[in-house]
Design a protein around this ligand. Structure first.
Ligand SMILES: [Zn+2]
Length: 196
């Protein structure tokens, strides 16, 4: 079951993605009036999106969201290391975001590098986590799914996040973005309970 507020957020995101599939320009609200309102009232994003730095994966466009709607954490390979986890905790605890989506994507270069045995010590913070997640998987798309799911599990190791999810105040899930078609595919069962 999904938290009510998270369900509303998922509905908005998927509606936005449906619009994106046939869009030629971004349709999100980036107006001066909205900028000023967000400055005065602060941000209240509907979701955290932890995704890859890949230039083809742009959450605000994929979900047709404007200023102030998404709290985006981007890192190559959408891994959940200390800084990413801290960013998610900040958004959930201080901004009250009800939904965390780890958004992996097809044809991910970081996952491909790990599958091809690329070894560079400076990339180890990324590749070691991805290698652990994909466990020798030989199919790239399946490996990208496993990698996104593993980041959700890493977030679930954080007591603050787990408590909120168990209390029905937070939903964390994984999804896969298909870079050619633009479609979002949900990957796992959500946890948590439905609010009345
Ligand atoms: Zn990627």
């Amino acid at each position: 079951m999904v938290v009510k507020k998270a369900y509303d957020a998922i509905t908005q995101l998927m509606y936005g993605n449906a619009s994106y599939l046939s869009a030629k320009v971004s349709g999100s609200d980036i107006s001066p009036a909205l900028r000023e309102r967000l400055r005065d009232e602060g941000q209240k994003p509907i979701a955290v999106i932890l995704t890859c730095s890949d230039s083809r994966v742009v959450p605000e466009d994929i979900f047709m969201c404007g200023l102030g709607e998404l709290f985006v954490v981007r890192v190559a390979g959408n891994v959940a290391d200390e800084a990413q986890i801290a960013s998610v905790v900040y958004a959930v605890e201080h901004l009250g975001v009800p939904l965390v989506m780890v958004l992996g994507h097809t044809h991910c270069g970081a996952v491909t590098a790990v599958m091809e045995g690329y070894e560079d010590e400076s990339l180890a913070p990324l590749t070691s986590q991805i290698a652990e997640a994909i466990e020798g998987e030989s199919d790239l798309e399946r490996a990208c799914c496993l990698n996104a799911l593993a980041s959700v599990e890493r977030l679930r190791e954080v007591p603050e996040l787990m408590e909120l999810e168990d209390a029905g105040k937070l939903t964390m899930l994984a999804a896969l973005y298909h870079i050619g078609s633009g479609r979002i595919e949900m990957l796992d069962q959500q946890r948590g309970t439905t609010e009345a």
